[in-house]
Design a protein around this ligand. Structure first.
Ligand code: ZN
Ligand code: ZN
Length: 81
């Protein structure tokens, strides 16, 4: 079985100057114009690139992720609403 992970689809533009940090907490690089950023739902790592979040979750939160996938499969799968 193949699971994909759906992130919320809305995009909220933010000024880097308004963020607590101008660098990604994961890769330590400065945010570039129009980088996709997000935060981690499992820890307080701070603002990180979207692609860094994927790596971060896969390396640091694989257990939580697997639990979530398992829980989701146990629910009867309703069609999209
Ligand atoms: Zn990064
Ligand atoms: Zn995390």
């Amino acid at each position: 079985m193949t699971s994909v992970l759906w992130r919320e689809g809305w995009i909220k533009p933010l000024l880097v100057e308004s963020l607590p940090s101008e660098t990604c907490s994961f890769c330590k690089r400065k945010f570039d114009d129009l980088d996709f950023v997000t935060s981690c739902e499992y820890c307080e790592i701070g603002i990180i690139h979207d692609f860094c979040a994927n790596k971060h979750i896969m390396s640091d939160h694989l257990k939580e992720l697997e639990d979530k996938i398992k829980k989701h499969k146990e629910k009867k799968l309703h069609s999209f609403q």
